[in-house]
Design a protein around this ligand. Sequence first.
Ligand code: NAP
Length: 487
Amino acid sequence: MNRSNSPATINFINGTYCHPVEDGWIENINPADGTSLGRIADSTEKDIEQAVIAASNAQTQWGESTLEQRSRILSKIGDLIEENIESLAIAECEDSGKPISRARAIEIPRAASNFHFFANAITQFSSESHESVGQNAINFTLRQPLGVVGCISPWNLPLYLFTWKIAPALAAGNCVIAKPSELTPRTASMLGELCNQAGLPAGVLNIVQGTGARTGQAILEHEKIKAISFTGGTATGEHVARVVAPKFKKLSLELGGKNPNIVFADCNYERALETTIQSSFANQGQICLCGSRIFVESSIYEKFKTDLVERTGQLTIGHPAEKETTIGAMVSGDHYRKVLSYFDEIDSANASLLCGGKPATVAGYEQGFYIEPTIIEVQHNRCRLNQEEIFGPVVTLMPFNNEEELIEMANDVRYGLSATIWTRDLDRTMRLSKKIECGVVWINTWLMRDLRTPFGGMKDSGVGREGGQEALRFFTEPKNICIAFEN
Ligand code: NAP
């Protein structure tokens, strides 16, 4: 399989690659060097209509397929992703600017895991039953597929987040219309071919390329699409909710974050420091779960600050295809400029730049969008640098004196996605975990994932949970059936 040099990325509808109905195109730019990767389909509501027709035609048969049939096909898709890790990693790296080492070792394998996990999970999915004791009746809950569903995913972890939605949706017996970000279209496109090879019937998964404003919007608005699973920014999420709510579609929103990374003096210092480098700068800080607000207990603050700046200086900014690169390119020129604009805030917030704070130039790739990993020491948590999701290689640092002050600052933000706590005090981990307003807490680790666990955020970080059984519940309609019997 080698589509990474394909000049055009087109739609995958009804098991076939096809050009957009209105022949519109968008250019796909490689953010590492500013060159063109070819064009991608700029789909309209006419393409979505074709995809919905294909999905509707396939729905009855797929929804009534046995769990073993679905499980076998999904598992095969996972196997094929694993067999094609290299070509998928190359495409992902070229589209997004992420280091290929990361795509190869973490993200593409996790996309395969999504299929393997849900291939198994659907065979273990069960529903409740309740005997109405004394009334001679038994209730049980049917979990039926919703029908045709829409999955919209962002550019930061392209194939991983695309399959995070598609795998449970298909496992639960739904047919899917899915749209990746226009910035990272190619691994999603390659998935279509793998689905055909795995024997997924035509029309069960339809992948439509294009912009959010047009293609995505058409998915939200289509009356026959019963549910929307959306991952992206909070502002887009608000818009999605406004469009979808009056149509009474089922809706899952996984949105932005501004997550606290909390370091207590009694932590395993070396582990906390090393992992903080990851949670700050992995994927150029473009992970919703990055710990972008670092709070360090006062007694170790100065030492941690010095060591963090020193370790950050050891990161290697470079072309994403180079194996020693740890900091690749930002995903696009627009996003690069947005992240850089936050450096203008440093003076007005009375903050201090500890390292970075400017674009980086990679020799030979001067048109690429590179930014130096940046640490900013802030004076208070209410500044924009601590309140807004920058979504780049930019973290803030500030000390705290006690738990009460820390909890107040950790929660004093509109987001509530995740938190990381570094301490050896078990009682403290429980006190803080219960009080911090977020959907995921990591204690003495970061980004460790078990696909059985519920995943999602509180406050402006989202609505609902996906992952494990939660995802299968989201993608099914519960129907209670009450049977009366005679004694
Ligand atoms: P985004 O701009 O909100 O886009 C997300 C997806 O929505 C893209 O496919 C986008 O398409 C599409 N879209 C945009 N406007 C739309 C509309 N009107 N109708 C339907 N779809 C529309 O987010 P992003 O910049 O790609 O991703 C970064 C954000 O995602 C960050 O805020 C990050 O925190 C968040 N995120 C959250 C999680 C989580 O699990 N909570 C995980 C990863 C990322 P185009 O890109 O083609 O315009």
